[in-house]
Design a protein around this ligand. Structure first.
Ligand SMILES: Cc1cc2nc3c(=O)[nH]c(=O)nc-3n(C[C@H](O)[C@H](O)[C@H](O)COP(=O)(O)OP(=O)(O)OC[C@H]3O[C@@H](n4cnc5c(N)ncnc54)[C@H](O)[C@@H]3O)c2cc1C
Ligand code: FES
Length: 259
């Protein structure tokens, strides 16, 4: 795997995602590609605008949503201080990017692969679908709360079969869990890949273990350094060992990690 590098690059474009992105805090940030030739789907980058100075101190991790020789795109949901500051960037501002980091999702040409995404967990699947040698083997199940137009769902559905489930109240959760289990039962012998909030990953993990589906999960633990130095992102594997999710993950096999 190529070594990660650190560069200062310009913001090429920053826009709320879709007509309702602004009101739901979902943005697409496009940065200059600093020369990363090999980005593997599921990898992430640490982003830190140079204007931050020492406040906030730490960069924030984001999945690489799309990589072309000219651009890197990130789907960013404003949830706190760092993401709110990031979504306030303007075209031409400078951002320090460190990456590409972490382990990617498995790509298995011709193997039926189910992508399971929750909210901004859809981001890595845009690159995964675009880079896959046999997209006809892929399908997507997407769970979301804000409207579908806030997410790059159509970038994926142009290439693969997909279905979406909008959660509007906590009463919808059992229905979504049933949809996940149904989709996974249909993928026995195939591969399932999931990215999203931890409760969603737990549901997928439980179903994978019950149904015997080979499954990878991308963890979104909080990170500070992104390179294995601060121990801020530690997870526990099924043998009780502490593992850094930035360097050993963020993608883990479902039967190897405790959530
Ligand atoms: C490998 C990886 C890939 C990620 N990819 C994306 C992505 O593509 N798009 C995206 O919008 N976000 C992504 N995230 C989550 C993103 O990094 C956090 O939302 C961000 O760091 C929060 O920073 P903040 O300063 O705005 O929040 P803070 O002010 O630090 O916290 C605000 C709120 O956000 C919660 N929060 C903080 N960090 C995380 C986290 N890692 N996951 C979930 N909740 C968190 C806090 O618990 C708190 O409730 C990813 C995280 C990881 C580890
Ligand atoms: S974020 Fe520092 S060790 Fe993983």
């Amino acid at each position: 795997m190529p070594k990660p590098t650190c560069h200062d690059v310009s913001v090429l474009r920053i826009t709320p995602h879709g007509p309702e992105g602004l009101s739901h805090g979902l943005w697409l940030i496009e940065l200059e590609n600093p020369g990363w030739q090999t980005v593997r789907p599921g990898q992430f980058a640490m982003l830190r605008p140079t204007a931050w100075g020492f406040e906030p101190l730490w960069a924030r991790p984001f999945s690489i949503c799309r990589a072309t020789p000219e651009r890197l795109a990130f789907l960013i949901q404003a949830v706190g201080r760092g993401t709110r500051l990031l979504t306030g960037l303007r075209q031409g501002d400078t951002v320090t990017v460190w990456g590409p980091l972490g382990h990617a999702f498995n790509t298995e040409p011709g193997v039926r692969t189910l992508m399971l995404a929750g909210g901004v967990g859809i981001a890595p699947f845009v690159e995964y679908t675009a880079a896959h040698p046999t997209p006809s083997a892929l399908s997507l199940l997407f769970g979301h709360r804000p409207p579908l137009s806030c997410y790059p769902y159509e970038d994926i559905t142009r290439l693969v079969t997909a279905s979406a489930f909008r959660e509007t109240s906590p009463q919808d959760i059992p229905l979504f869990v049933a949809r996940i289990e149904e989709a996974m039962a249909d993928h026995a012998g195939g591969l399932a890949l999931a990215c999203g909030p931890t409760p969603f990953l737990r549901t997928v993990q439980k179903a994978a273990l019950k149904l015997g589906v080979r499954c990878q999960l991308s963890l979104e633990n909080r990170m500070a350094c992104g390179i294995g130095a601060c121990l801020g992102c530690v997870a526990t594997d099924t043998e009780g060992r502490h593992v850094q999710s930035c360097t050993r993950g963020p993608v883990f096999w479902a039967n190897e990690i405790t959530l």
